[in-house]
Design a protein around this ligand. Structure first.
Ligand code: HXC
Length: 512
């Protein structure tokens, strides 16, 4: 017995060194963690249980038969975050560059299937040279089988991708199919075609960071959702994110002890009287939510719309808000995509939605029209219309035109639409409206400017208030700013028992 145990321990001690001491030393020199260190830093202490440590590669060509690739270059298993089970895998760059061979893929597929059946989040740590070239179509097959699972598990269990090294070629499509992508400055790189290929095909020189670094994907391309300066910061972000999510689509969203907002900021004091002046909607959020804590998603991308998670009276909610500080909070191509995707994620996982409205409409201009604002804007309307979780909106100030409809209006089956007394609901702003509908009167007036001002005042009197839509039942209640948090808590309580939507057909066709 003892001899067998010592053989076992010997084998384990070799295997857990992955590519061996030399390669690990090289990583340490660059300040990088090993795959197992990453998993252990992410999970609750001592909670990781590894699977398939003894799996061997199946590839035999181009010298692979003479090598032993420990665990086939990926560490997989189960552990806990805040005492809740999660499945996790981390590619081990010290083993053949973390490249994906047939058995490497089989290990990932196994835990994906188990996570799906058992109903828990899966976190994939990507650090790989991509498809293992020596294994040819077998490695491509492996990717395909991961992609189909990413797709079938979508909306069923939360899927998180952490990029902690290269993620190149078709390999990027697994993270792209998951719900949230985390990237670290200088360390994470994602691209379909790398710098060397670009140089040879297009004769353009570009660095990995410029092409697909953490900043590019978080700020510009919109492929990533979280940006951080270090691996450790990323692990903290992941743990925080999971605290707002259920383990699967049909389990309860975790709730916490209710806490009052930290800041004693008065909502009325944040929103300027002059509707042309901007303000930071994140201050509004801080004045409403528990402990004033807002966990923002895609903070650096399409900043004219703010999305993220918070708690209201201890319950998780997803918040979508126009940001008047950026492009006056207008909806454009990117912000419509950002909001639509978030609404669908929250809907899939039973997280109620709070929408804060203050926008002059869709962003006007040739660039937006040519970029497909019609199609992208439609995604957002579709997402809100389809969402069957409790939906509450609060009109803070402007709700003009198509923006009024799209931002969780009553017409899209929003359960409760509230407005502050400062709300203005109209087809468009007073100035533009009067220039169109009173063009003749203004032109022919003795004093055109005076006439214009008179007409603007008339228009404001009629439309720049919440009473007109409230008189038609399009706004359910006009509320005093000081009572906002309480009213929202009560409304979410009422909507909690809302029955989920029943589908009468296979699925709709969202205008992607
Ligand atoms: C097999 C690979 C590999 C791969 C790296 N290695 N990538 N082995 N298949 N795809 C091996 C190297 O041979 C080397 O082995 C070790 O991993 C470390 O690699 P280095 O090149 O020494 O490291 P570094 O200089 O840090 O460069 C890392 C890298 C580079 C940028 C990732 O290796 C690289 O460009 N690799 C190829 C990336 C790529 O084009 N992949 C295919 C994409 S297409 P030794 O034995 O020397 O330690 C694709 C299709 C998927 O993935 C389609 C899915 C649908």
């Amino acid at each position: 017995m003892f001899a067998k145990i010592s053989t076992f321990l010997e084998k384990v001690s070799v295997l857990i060194k992955g590519g061996g001491d030399e390669k690990i030393a090289l990583r340490k020199k660059s300040g990088l963690l090993t795959a197992r260190e990453r998993i252990n830093s992410l999970l609750d202490k001592d909670s990781f249980n590894e699977m398939d440590l003894f799996v061997e590669q199946s590839g035999k060509d181009f010298g692979l038969d003479k090598q032993k690739l420990a665990g086939d270059g990926v560490v997989t298993g189960f552990g806990k975050i805040e005492n809740r089970p999660v499945a996790v895998y981390a590619q081990d760059f010290t083993v053949q560059g973390g490249s994906l061979g047939r058995m490497h893929a089989a290990k990932i597929i196994k835990i994906m299937d188990m996570a799906s059946e058992m109903g828990m989040p899966i976190i994939g740590i990507n650090d790989s040279g991509g498809a293992r070239i020596q294994e040819g179509v077998d490695s491509l097959a492996g990717y395909g089988e991961i992609f189909i699972r990413n797709t079938l598990n979508s909306g069923k269990i939360p899927q998180l991708s952490v990029i902690l090294g290269p993620c190149a070629g078709g390999a990027v499509y697994s993270p792209a199919l998951t719900d949230f992508v985390f990237m670290v400055d200088q360390l994470s790189h994602m691209f379909v075609t790398g710098p060397k290929v670009i140089e040879s095909v297009l004769s353009e020189k570009v660095s990995s960071d410029e092409l697909g670094g953490a900043k590019i994907h978080n700020q510009k391309a919109g492929n990533a959702h979280f940006y951080s300066k270090s691996e450790y910061d990323t692990f903290i972000q992941i743990r925080k994110l999971l605290s707002f999510l259920p383990s699967s689509w049909n389990t309860e969203v975790p709730s916490t002890k209710p806490l009052p907002p930290k800041k004693k900021v008065k909502l009325a004091g944040i929103i300027p009287d002059n509707s042309r002046k901007s303000y930071d909607v994140k201050e509004v959020i801080a004045s409403l939510v528990d402990a004033s804590e807002f966990f923002e998603v895609q903070e650096l991308y399409a900043r004219n719309v703010v999305i993220g998670f918070a708690r209201l009276n201890g319950e998780s909610i997803g918040i979508i808000a126009n940001q008047p500080k950026v492009k006056a909070g207008c909806l454009d191509v990117d912000s419509s995509d950002k909001a639509a995707r978030f609404v669908r994620f929250c809907d899939a996982f039973g997280i109620p939605l709070l929408t804060l409205v203050d926008l002059p409409g869709y962003l006007p201009g040739v660039e937006q029209e040519h970029s497909g604002i019609i199609r992208h804007g439609a995604k957002m309307i579709y997402a809100y219309a389809e969402a069957s979780v409790p939906k509450i909106s609060l009109i803070l100030r402007k709700a003009f035109g198509g923006g009024y409809i799209a931002m969780s209006s009553k017409h899209l089956k929003t359960d409760f639409v509230f407005a502050l007394p400062t709300a203005e609901v109209a087809v468009m702003g007073p100035e533009s409206a009067c220039n169109i509908i009173f063009a003749k009167e203004i032109r022919e007036a003795e004093n055109p400017e005076l006439m214009r001002q008179q007409k603007i005042e008339e228009y404001k009197e009629k439309f720049s208030n919440p009473y007109n839509p409230a008189s038609k039942g399009y706004i359910d209640a006009i509320i005093h700013p000081d009572e906002t948090r309480e009213k929202l808590i009560q409304a979410f309580e009422v909507a909690k028992t809302k029955a989920p939507a029943h589908k009468s057909h296979k699925h709709g066709c969202i205008p992607l």
